[in-house]
Design a protein around this ligand. Sequence first.
Ligand code: AP5
Length: 222
Amino acid sequence: MYIIFLGAPGAGKGTQAARVAQELNLLHIATGDLFRQALEKGTELAKQVKAYMEQGKLVPDEITIRVVLERIAAPGSPSGVIFDGFPRNRKQAEALDRTLAEQGKVIDKVVYIRVSEKELLKRLSGRWICRQCQASYHPVDSPPKVRGKCDRCGGELYQRSDDKLETVKKRLQVYFSETAPLIDYYARASKLLEVDGEGSVDEVTARMIAALHGEFAGSRER
Ligand code: AP5
């Protein structure tokens, strides 16, 4: 099962991908998390991506595609993947399709998580992330049990430098011009499932699992 989670910054892709991957036993590949882990470790990749991320721009396709393809090819990858934050433009989508086709695989479904711009801004301005496991929190909607500490692993919580208002505006602008056209691309391929991303985290997870179960149960019956 190969699934893409598509949506604007703050739509809940990471939050939902972690839950759905666990529920369906899939590997969760998040390009933003891979880049942030590189930044934490100060690797060669970090030098290549830092400036783009800080400015809210897309990291160049050659770098992003290479990182994702290496991750898919890594030993121990299970038979299914949720891609979170990838692809983000037509070139990345086509590269992913080509690579999967070489392995006799296809993208099964693309879940587009729809959230209003007002809600996106509210979520991103209050987001706190765990330095160790990348779990995300919000002081009102999903507060940690202990202030500044991750419930899951006890790691330190911090605010992403690209969650500053000016950078968030740039990320939204990049999303609408470069990534949103993929909604139409996957709709034309009859792969798009649209899910309302507003409501509690549990409610959205339930909608996503129901939508995916409905699709895959339907395809098994056909
Ligand atoms: P990336 O890390 O992918 O950021 P993004 O797409 O902007 O998405 P976010 O992580 O901001 O949001 P999300 O949808 O995952 O929401 P989340 O679950 O965290 O990318 C960062 C940067 O890396 C890019 O700008 C770019 O530079 C580079 N990059 C990454 N991928 C790339 C690619 N493919 N090509 C080129 N460059 C790339 O939720 C947000 C907040 O809301 C959290 O606080 C959460 O707790 C809260 N929340 C979630 N759901 C709910 C809910 N239902 N109700 C209330 N609050 C909620």
